[in-house]
Design a protein around this ligand. Sequence first.
Ligand SMILES: *Cc1c(COP(=O)(O)O)cnc(C)c1O
Length: 362
Amino acid sequence: MAFNLNSYPVVYRARYSAKAGAWAEEYLEKPHKKPQEEAALGEAEAAALIDSRNYYADMPLVSYTSQYGFGVFEGLKALPQKDGGLAIFRPDRNAKRFYNSMKGLYMPPFPEESFLKAVTEVVRRNAALGFRPAYKAEWEKDSFMNADSVYLRPFTCSEGGIGVNISGEPYVLVVATTVSSYFSPGTPAALVTDRIRATPKGTGWIKTAANYVSSALAKHEAAEAGFVECIFLDAVERKYIEEGSSCNVFFRLRSGELVTPELGDTILPGITRASIIELARDKKVKVSERRLSIEEVMSEGEECFLAGTAAGATPITELSWQGRRAVFNGGKTGELTADMRDTLKGIQYGTLPDTKGWMVRI
Ligand SMILES: *Cc1c(COP(=O)(O)O)cnc(C)c1O
């Protein structure tokens, strides 16, 4: 599996003290061997070691997070560079969104500088122990479609508590793991689900754990029916495209216009989304952030792709909605989709110049 939990040993942990009005930080070194020794372990031994890295004896089990999904998270990547180094893609954006997400849940927000330092140090300290993927020239042959990277997962856990409540003294943790491509090969078809992910005045714009039960259910149902992803429509009119289970979505229409749903309180403001909008405009593509109906997509859609940290820009060539099926670009990856995917990957892995200063070297 490509999105395994095989956490690296070094974990960042901070805890907010309401009394002190400050965060206390530490780096934990969980049990590990040398990476090559771990690779040689038998299945049961390896599983036990990985589990031991995911267990924390000194954190509360019954909490607002475990009971009510009261927590926020982030996802970002450090990418191996051709010259042997590692660089993180736009971590300042994740730092800001994490801050906004915590504020959105009335938590004491985690300072952006602390976030940047923590993600950088987690990558650096794990790499120093040998836990990191190495750059492979062979990745260039298929535009990094099967390339590895370090996935960073910052998240919050609340203090212990059992009543429905907000978290006043959360923990912030940062764990890391190697990931390869997120979507398995096969026909990239998506199913328009009739489940609802987010509602106006709800928490859809916040990267909060609470949102992902609907996503997991809809994605599971889509997968059972043979689809790689589900697409949500708006909760009110059940007519407008919103996004995927954990990624934003773009459509290129016959007119040439590239459209993605406009942000609001039901759409997660993706950093990949923002980056693609900028890259497409640089290439003189007309990009609109606007309401886009499912009917318009079914009749005018010519290309479709998902956009997110895990997905990159992943082509969707078929869309299924209430028994109707739209096939984009004859079932093949569209030109603009491939261009966006390759441009993004090129910048991220350092084969294209980083003219925007998006990459932060470790
Ligand atoms: C994380 C996420 C995205 C994508 O955001 P990126 O910053 O591009 O990774 C989109 N939609 C949802 C619901 C998400 O959770």
